[in-house]
Design a protein around this ligand. Sequence first.
Ligand SMILES: C[S@@+](CC[C@H](N)C(=O)[O-])C[C@H]1O[C@@H](n2cnc3c(N)ncnc32)[C@H](O)[C@@H]1O
Length: 264
Amino acid sequence: MDRIALKVNKFYERYPYPSLPIKTERDLISKLHANVMGKILATAGLTTAELSGKDILDAGCGTGEKASYFSYHGAHVTAFDLCSASLVKAKELAEKFKLHVDFSLCDMAEFRTEKRFDHVFCLGALHHTEKPYDNFLALEKLCKPGGTITVGLYNRYGRLGHRAVRTWIGLRAGEDFGKRMEYVENKIYGRKMRSVHEVAYVADKYVHPHESYHTVEEVMGWFEKNGFTYIGAHPKTDAGTRAFLTQLKWMVKGNGFFVMSGRK
Ligand SMILES: C[S@@+](CC[C@H](N)C(=O)[O-])C[C@H]1O[C@@H](n2cnc3c(N)ncnc32)[C@H](O)[C@@H]1O
């Protein structure tokens, strides 16, 4: 594990993400997830009906809600994460709904498999690694020809305001996770966090030790250099100058996270 992965591992062992409160099947497939999952799938031109029988990789699966969601819809799912506390939760969730997911504990930089996948998802994980593009390269190689890759990343423009807040928290509370969380509770929220999910969400946003920032043009470049055709994005965006203008809008609205898909 490199220096960043060590820090990131320590963080997620304490705050496994997203730790959604999924109690019923409805929570898994509709209430908590349907909206966001529908939008993520749409970026790759997919609907839930098309997942059945497909080989899916979820790289940096966290607490496994998305992996279980894919499995519920009939996909053969392989999922890995750097953090064992997240995987304990991910496995519990899959078992609860009698779903099969091939989970493993692994650093993305070291993940190897002979398998090839119809759809590779890496949501919210690359920007917590030391070399996001190198990891993208390793993942894109695991796509079958005609398969898709979907990446979710922090946006350089959309996350600008938030970066200022993170810097301020760093200046006031330092690097210690507990101290940062206490600062956020006292000074930003003015109260204690109310649930495990809220702790996970807020820690991910304000306490995280490492994040990098990316642009639509950059990911378009990743796709082009590696023979992928751009399919779609959420929030929606075009290529070229219009992508820049779209990202300026994201900056104003504070849209810090974007998802893009490409086809091999
Ligand atoms: C923000 S969470 C996203 C979880 C999940 N993909 C989701 O969308 O709900 C980021 C996840 O990436 C994982 N991660 C970060 N760096 C990693 C690495 N080098 N190898 C594998 N997983 C990593 C973390 O452990 C964490 O679970």
